[in-house]
Design a protein around this ligand. Structure first.
Ligand SMILES: Cc1cc2nc3c(=O)[nH]c(=O)nc-3n(C[C@H](O)[C@H](O)[C@H](O)COP(=O)(O)OP(=O)(O)OC[C@H]3O[C@@H](n4cnc5c(N)ncnc54)[C@H](O)[C@@H]3O)c2cc1C
Ligand SMILES: COc1ccc2c(c1)CN(c1nc(C(=O)N(C)c3cc(Cl)c(F)cc3C(=O)O)c(Cl)s1)C2
Length: 421
């Protein structure tokens, strides 16, 4: 029977979206003793046979790991991830050059997407007795809605968020989205005699200016290769032979590793996927609703930070819940005030990196820039910290990392002028 002894009724938090950020966020709220209900449009991940995620594997770095650590699942995820201690640059002549990310411990982890993470997060959730999972769509495709009576709604329903769509109807809500002309396609590189086809503890990169391919290792000793190319170039390749010809020209060393038949087949399995950059503000409505993850800020993947930024959203929000004693009317506006500039900064950084890579990033550029960065950092470790080090291996606020990077560029150009005198 209803326990009358309790003075305050437990508050209910409804999380829309049970993807990477939604399921992690639910852990944060459940840990605080809230009743949490997660609404996920797709079937229960724990029963799903086929993993359907936007990218098969992702680079998990410091920001994301700090969030996982907060709810006690960092070790579980790290044990399922493969550390990448350096980049392996594949030049056109087939030569490979490793470029370390930094000091020994500074690694990114290649983790399997939805399957590994959400599974552990949801299992963690069910350990908190206050957890309920409803596999249904909050806003049904026919527009009808599930009635939720909750004290707080957290929109974690991804780049095409239905929760955010409700924000669009309000005045003073800012929104922008940009589709880039590049698409991406994922291809699998199988093991060779049961072993990884390439060195596993690296982020493999084939930088070819307009075209680029990267490969991250998976636990099952495959690599997931992600080919980035303008849609118009994807469309020019219409037959298996044209695929092989294209790979012979730009990625010759990968043909024997992916396999001619697999290339011809897998290239036409799915069309190239689009990449969108979404910015909006504010992230909240009064003390009622808040957006996090891709629902708040979808970024192009050219910094490997989308999930890490979404996970960091959860820590930042939780820190404010602590600071304002869980008073939503104080936490939500403060969350928008602090987090919008940082998430916009990483969106800009990722877009800048895309434009930089498309323009003049080939093996020589990569080698030159990364060795210069590492050299300057070695000479003036406190003054020159490579931008990707601040972004990937620290929790420096994204907008501060960008400010510092601008300042360092001034120092760098001054040094160049000084050196040339
Ligand atoms: C090619 C590529 C490579 C990437 N690489 C990296 C990387 O290396 N590192 C990194 O940090 N990030 C990377 N990202 C970004 C990362 O995938 C996203 O930032 C991350 O998935 C965002 O998680 P999310 O939970 O906010 O959204 P999603 O993962 O999209 O989850 C949203 C969830 O909400 C559900 N949903 C949607 N609509 C509704 C609704 N109306 N009702 C109920 N449920 C709903 C969906 O089914 C889904 O489960 C990459 C992205 C791409 C495309
Ligand atoms: C699964 O799909 C994807 C797609 C893109 C990425 C990832 C996974 C993981 N990514 C990472 N990027 C950085 C980084 O900081 N930069 C500047 C880089 C940016 C690009 Cl595009 C690149 F090719 C190398 C580096 C590099 O420095 O290694 C990391 Cl550190 S991890 C990009």
């Amino acid at each position: 029977e209803e326990s009358t002894s309790r003075t305050t009724k437990k508050k209910l938090v409804a999380v829309v979206g049970g993807g990477l950020v939604g399921s992690l966020n639910a852990c944060f709220f459940a840990k605080r003793g809230f009743d949490v209900e997660v609404f996920e449009i797709r079937e229960d991940i724990r029963k799903a046979k086929v993993v359907r995620g936007r990218s098969i594997n992702l680079a998990l770095s410091h920001r994301g790991r700090q969030a996982l650590k907060h709810v006690g699942i960092e070790e579980k995820i790290v044990s399922q991830g493969i550390p990448m201690q350096a980049r392996m640059i594949h030049s056109l002549n087939g030569k490979q050059y490793p470029i370390p990310y930094g000091r020994k411990g500074q690694v990114s982890l290649s983790v399997n997407n939805i399957a590994t993470f959400s599974y552990y997060a949801i299992c963690r959730l069910t350990e908190y007795s206050t957890m309920r999972l409803s596999y249904c769509c909050v806003f049904r495709p026919d527009g009808s809605k599930v009635q939720i009576k909750a004290d707080l709604i957290v929109g974690c329903d991804g780049a095409f968020s239905a929760t955010r769509k409700q924000f669009l109807r309000r005045s003073r809500f800012n929104y922008s989205q940009t589709y880039i002309p590049h698409g991406y396609m994922e291809l699998t590189m199988p093991p060779v005699n049961g072993e990884f086809a390439m060195k596993p503890n690296y982020l493999h990169i084939w930088p070819r200016n307009t075209f680029m391919m990267i490969a991250l290792p998976n636990l099952d000793r495959t690599f997931t290769c992600t080919l980035f190319m303008p849609f118009e170039d994807f469309e020019k390749i219409t037959t298996g032979d044209e695929v092989i010809k294209f790979f012979q020209k730009y990625f010759p060393d990968t043909i024997p590793l992916i396999g001619v038949d697999a290339l011809k087949r897998d290239y036409f399995r799915l069309p190239a996927q689009a990449m969108v950059s979404v910015k909006c503000s504010p992230y909240h409505i009064d003390d009622k609703c808040v957006l996090m993850g891709d629902a708040a800020h979808a970024v192009v993947p050219f910094y490997g930070q989308g999930m890490n930024a979404g996970f960091e959203d959860c820590i930042v929000f939780d820190e404010m819940m602590e600071q304002f004693n869980e008073d939503f009317s104080a936490v939500l506006p403060e969350y928008s005030r602090v987090r919008v500039p940082d998430d916009h900064a990483i969106a800009d950084l990722a877009m800048y990196n895309y434009i930089e890579m498309r323009a003049h990033v080939n093996s020589k550029w990569f080698l030159f820039r990364k060795h210069v960065d590492n050299l300057l950092h070695f000479l003036m470790p406190k003054t020159i910290i490579p931008l990707y080090t601040m972004v990937t291996f620290t929790r420096t606020r994204y907008h501060e990392a960008v400010q510092r990077w601008h300042w360092q560029n001034k120092v760098r150009s001054f040094l160049k002028i000084y050196a040339s005198l």
